[in-house]
Design a protein around this ligand. Structure first.
Ligand SMILES: [Fe+2]
Length: 398
């Protein structure tokens, strides 16, 4: 990330800053890796430690489904039941010690403020728009945005009334742009599929001075700790640094094509510990006259591959539509289904839009995944080739 500042900070760190009423503001350093990683400094009207009531601690229950067989899976998340708010309504699909992947179709307003105290979050907005109220200022979002929220950020979703459908990632590690896209100073390189101009932190800062009773829920130690505050928690008067939430639209990802097939790493968007998040975007396809523009069969010997389909058509997978998910676990090869390589010859472009998460360690499945699993997908490679559909455009690049 780059240095950002909102509001007026003092000329030197750790020196006096008063608001217009003469109040000495409380400085908070919010940083990673002790005092060695990226940090921001925030100036509060109140001590960020101030709570008036300690409420209950609610463990987050994970209900695991251990399938009887080790096979590929196709999940249909389109009909997932709406429940909860944009945080409590996140329904876990799969997880390991590095990342959790959840689907969220919220039905309630988010009343309590939320702070993730044990992980960074990426929320891909499939449907909906609105803004987040955050410690760092309001953050507008719309469909196709990735919302990246570093741990420690207090926030509250404020949808604009539109239907919301989110794919939410949580990691105990850090969400970063891939190291190979950055120079030694941290600036994104010319060959990166995006530039700093595509990342949008809060443009303004709104300081709340209201007093009253406010609920704050902090995710920590595998549960949710509830607190009550007697002041509005978004009381920051100024901040600066490298840590803040931001949005990045998948539509701003600049896809890479090649004369022959390019592998999934060209689609990488974010990195976390032992996992990557990739964006498959509309693009021109391989232009060598002998190129096969859809992927070869591949064995992901050390990774699991989850793809969430967002839009476009997906002719290389039967039964795959926007809102469905494939999971190709490690230990098994996978490939486009029979006949589709032949059909793809001569195709010049794809309009696919998908979000992929590859993890290097096995993913566990939730009981929700069992509800959404079609149960037939593992046998789909043994069926007769699909008939060529007029106008179909074979894709699925992973
Ligand atoms: Fe793949």
């Amino acid at each position: 990330m780059r240095y950002e500042r909102r509001g007026e900070v003092p000329r030197k760190r750790h020196t006096v800053l008063r608001d217009e009423d003469g109040l000495l503001l409380t400085e908070e350093v919010m940083g990673f890796e002790g005092f060695s990683g990226n940090e921001s400094i925030l100036y509060h009207l109140h001590s960020p430690c101030r709570v008036t009531e300690v409420g209950e601690f609610t463990p987050i229950a994970r209900e695991e489904w251990v399938p009887e067989a080790h096979v590929h899976h196709l999940l249909d998340a389109r009909g997932v039941e709406a429940e909860g708010d944009p945080v409590t309504g996140r329904r876990l699909l799969m997880w390991n010690d590095d990342v959790e992947i959840a689907i969220c179709r919220p039905v309630e307003e988010q009343d309590p403020f939320f702070r993730n105290g044990e992980g960074d979050e990426v929320v891909f907005v499939h449907e909906g728009r609105g803004h987040l109220e955050t410690t760092f200022g309001p953050l507008p979002y719309e469909a196709h945005d990735y919302i990246v929220i570093p741990r420690g950020t207090i926030y509250r979703f404020r949808p604009d009334g539109s239907e919301q459908l989110h794919l939410a990632f949580h990691t105990p590690g850090e969400i970063e742009t891939p190291t190979r896209y950055r120079n030694r100073y941290g600036q994104l390189l010319e060959h990166a599929p995006y530039s700093h101009r595509d990342f949008h932190p809060p443009a303004t800062l709104v300081t709340h001075r209201e007093r009253g009773e406010y609920d704050l829920v902090v995710r920590v130690r595998g549960g949710r700790q509830h607190f009550k505050l007697d002041y509005h928690p978004l009381d920051v008067v100024a901040w600066d640094g490298y840590v803040y939430p931001y949005t990045f639209s998948i539509d701003d990802f600049e896809p890479v094509s090649g004369r022959i097939h390019m592998p999934p790493p060209v689609h990488q968007t974010f990195q976390g510990p032992n996992f990557v998040i990739c964006s498959f975007c509309p693009r021109k396809l391989d232009w060598d006259p002998r190129a096969i523009p859809i992927p070869y069969a591949h064995s992901n010997l050390q990774s699991e591959e989850m793809i969430y389909y967002v839009g476009g058509s997906f002719g290389s997978r039967r039964g795959v539509h926007a809102g469905t998910i494939t999971l190709h676990p490690s230990g098994l090869p996978h490939a486009p289904q029979p006949g589709l390589a032949e059909q793809s010859l001569g195709k010049t472009e794809t309009d696919e839009l998908a979000v992929m998460c590859d993890t290097f360690r096995p993913l566990r499945l939730s009981t929700l995944a069992r509800e959404l699993d079609d149960g037939e997908y593992a046998l789909s490679w043994s069926r007769d080739p699909a008939p060529a559909a007029a106008g179909s455009n074979d894709r699925l690049s992973a």
